[in-house]
Design a protein around this ligand. Structure first.
Ligand code: NAG
Ligand code: NAG
Ligand code: NAG
Ligand code: NAG
Length: 163
């Protein structure tokens, strides 16, 4: 799999660097939220630091319910998609910003499509429908998720052993 060849990640990182001067707070937060699918789907470990704070806590439920610290978040999530080609589609997004305290909340719908690329189960797939409830803080590098709680919205579809 060489998915990363198809994506101009450098261009994305460059636009993130420009973000502070050219984008509104709302847009900066949206850029951070939208960077997550690129990190997980392209299995780009370093990009997780553009999404989560160093001390982030994430609860993706089940075996991923207590990911504490950026290393645990990155390693836990990347391990969960090993052997899978994935596409995370974000949808409805509500962002609530407290400009004074440099804090924000957001709720973002996602659809996660997980397709096995392991030879013995190639083509098996599952589709997950849910939402992320995030707390964000503004760091020197920009807005980052400090806390993420995943909630599923429907039963999962497809081969449930993959998700
Ligand atoms: C993770 O989320 C699940 C489902 O909402 C909840 O039952 C569990 O207590 C949470 N775990 C932690 C460590 O927050
Ligand atoms: C979650 O992980 C942290 C750090 O690894 C640990 O201190 C804490 O006890 C864990 N909490 C639960 C509910 O497992
Ligand atoms: C975040 O969420 C809490 C609880 O839902 C809410 O009271 C608060 O106003 C929200 N906004 C910010 C910026 O924290
Ligand atoms: C679902 O996936 C598991 C392992 O990933 C595999 O053993 C099983 O054959 C798959 N089931 C179907 C119906 O594709």
């Amino acid at each position: 799999m060489h998915l990363h060849r198809h994506l101009p990640l450098l261009a994305i990182l460059a636009s993130t660097a420009l973000a502070k001067s050219t984008l509104t707070t709302f847009e900066q937060i949206q850029q951070t939220l939208n960077t997550y699918p690129l990190a997980i789907d392209f299995k780009n470990g370093p990009l997780f630091t553009s999404v989560f704070t160093q001390d982030a806590f994430a609860n993706y439920t089940g075996p991923l319910s207590n990911l504490t610290g950026i290393d645990a978040v990155r390693e836990g999530l990347l391990a969960s998609v090993a052997g899978l080609a994935t596409q995370h589609q974000l949808g409805t997004t509500l962002i609530d910003i407290d400009e004074d305290s440099k804090e924000a909340n957001s709720t973002t719908y996602f659809t996660a499509n997980l397709v096995s690329v392991a030879p013995e189960t190639a083509g098996s797939f599952t589709v997950l429908f849910g939402l992320y409830r995030d707390d964000l803080v503004e760091t020197k590098e920009g807005w980052r998720i400090s806390r993420r709680q995943l909630e599923f919205m429907t039963p999962n579809l497809g081969n449930l052993t993959l998700g």
